[in-house]
Design a protein around this ligand. Sequence first.
Ligand code: PEP
Length: 251
Amino acid sequence: MRKPIMAGNWKMNKTVEEAILLVSELGMLADEVTDTEVVVCPPFIALDAVIEAGAGSKISFGAQNMYWEEEGAFTGEVSPAMLQDMGCSYVIIGHSERREYFGETDESVSKKLRAALRFDLIPIVCVGEKLEDREKGTTEEVIRKQVETGLSGLDKEQAAGLVVAYEPVWAIGTGKTASDEDAQKVIQFIRQVLTGMYGKDAADRVRILYGGSVKPENISGLMQQPDIDGALVGGASLDAKVFASIVNFQK
Ligand code: PEP
């Protein structure tokens, strides 16, 4: 059984004070949840305060990015060792905004992923096609390359512990969600690619999330799909009540 995950990506939002308020409110609302893992990924500068304010709640914590080196002359970067030391359990890797605005590639995703695993961080690896890929009918080709290059070089146990987020780029922050069936179809395809790389046992254990304009109104349909194990939520994770109603989805 794969335990569902609802992960909130706060992106570049919230001051430290606002972040503390948000996690405190969410901590109370998520306290009853037993069968879903709740993760929040605040901006780096709020991580420490959020982890402290959320301690004792059911929430786990993640970063939105990291560099692959442990320490050194890499101005402006944050290392996996620092995230581990701070109390992070998760790290988002290869979000489409990082690929689009900060030049991340499948190769950098692969380096970051292996570095995260060395520091016991659970990577939430993002993959997803652009609108032009979908229109050209190359969604599967694009996703296969992202998965085969970005997630290469792991052993089966490491692969099984990954979280993958399928986020069609055209659905992020646009209000357009992939239909339940389309999301299921691509996520099933990702599992098939993972089966080819790491075998069925490992691939069946990987948790694969959907991301892209998830809201309380569309989460139930998505969660009814057999291969969808949760959601990576952007905009709707910035309000504790709204995110809590996604976390408390009814199948
Ligand atoms: C995201 O940033 O990962 C995301 C899915 O954003 P939104 O929910 O706002 O579309």
